[in-house]
Ligand binder design. Structure first.
Ligand code: CO
Ligand code: ZN
Length: 329
């Protein structure tokens, strides 16, 4: 699974520019689904059929896009000014590198007059792509953060764990799911980081009876961290509430039951700020029973998003157990 994760996290794919990561995922799912389509927004919908005429439709969603930057202005010396794609923390950016679609790597610099001990504003930063000649980058071009996967025992560190780890989990669930009494749509959504946009339209098309997002969540296990009862390595977290949704009680109960049946540890998640595809899926059409299985992650939206492989593998087990079992609601 590590090599799948490496390929996913190291691939370019800021929101709205998902074609490269979509190709990687399409190759990884290969013939694991009975039917695969790409919708008008660019999300992948991979379906596994039960063969039963009245089977319940279950939608899983992990977003394939990542946070990034978009060029807003280029000065006469070729330095780029940029805006954020999704939630960037300007204090984490100076000295980091970004990757453009054509493979160009830029360095993020800070205006010299900014006091080094004070966090810069986004508009005080620029990207240096100088190569001694015209670099060919245009206004409107998007870049993602740039950093390879680091494996430190069971801890995996990379940019874009949010939410390529969710994509890796879905692929692994597809590999492990042998028989299933439901029709399952595995969605790899686009544009989550700028407003849960791909999952919203995909959920309309799938029209699920039940929807579960798979995404990262914050932890409370670092020095002076928030008082949050989620830690790395203590199991996947079943979302109760986040900044935009209350998970449907039926879905919470179903996931807790699946965790117990699979014999895996799990945590209960109350996240103060931020949300996932689940919030969008819940409000499609006349409303959908929706929840989220979260992977605890330190340093979300930085180049060093850190997860624990045990939580990842246990999330796979929980989802396989849930999908194999009859669902009543
Ligand atoms: Co995110
Ligand atoms: Zn996410």
């Amino acid at each position: 699974m590590i090599e799948t994760i490496r390929k996913l996290v190291e691939t370019y794919g800021p929101s709205g520019s998902e074609s490269q990561i979509r190709d990687v995922i399409m190759e990884a799912i290969g013939s694991l689904a009975d039917e695969v389509s790409i919708d008008a927004m660019g999300s992948i919908i991979a379906r596994k059929r039960s063969g039963e005429p009245d089977a319940a439709r279950i939608m899983l969603s992990a977003h394939m896009d990542e946070i990034g930057v978009m060029v807003t202005h280029i000065d006469e010396d070729g330095f780029l000014r940029f805006t954020g794609i999704g939630g960037l923390y300007p204090n984490t950016l100076p000295g980091n590198r970004v990757l453009f679609a054509d493979g160009t790597i830029g360095t993020i610099g800070v205006e010299a007059e900014v006091t080094p001990t004070i966090a810069p504003k986004l508009e005080q930063l620029f990207i240096d792509v100088s190569n001694g000649k015209d670099h060919g980058i245009k206004v409107g071009d998007a870049a993602g953060l740039c950093r390879g996967l680091e494996v430190r025992g069971d801890r995996l560190i990379a940019k874009s764990m949010d939410d390529r780890i969710g994509c890796a989990i879905q692929i692994e669930v597809m590999r492990n799911l042998k028989k299933c009494p439901h029709d399952v749509a595995f969605v790899f959504s686009v544009q989550e980081e700028i407003g849960l946009r791909g999952a919203q339209t995909a959920a309309y098309a799938v029209d699920p009876h039940l929807a579960i997002a798979i995404d990262v969540t914050h932890t409370g296990d670092t020095p002076k961290g928030h008082k949050m009862a989620v830690a790395l390595g203590k199991g996947p977290a079943i979302k109760i509430k986040d900044g935009r949704m209350l998970a449907s009680p039926d879905v919470i109960a179903l996931m807790e039951k699946a965790a117990q049946a699979a014999g895996i540890p799990y945590q209960r998640e109350v996240l103060i700020q931020g949300s996932t595809d689940a919030a969008a899926m819940q409000l499609v059409r006349a409303g959908v029973r929706a929840g989220c299985l979260s992977i605890p992650c330190r340093y979300v939206h930085t180049t060093s998003e850190t997860v624990d492989l045990n939580d990842v593998q246990n999330a796979v087990k929980l989802l396989v157990k849930l999908l194999e079992s009859p669902v009543e609601f």
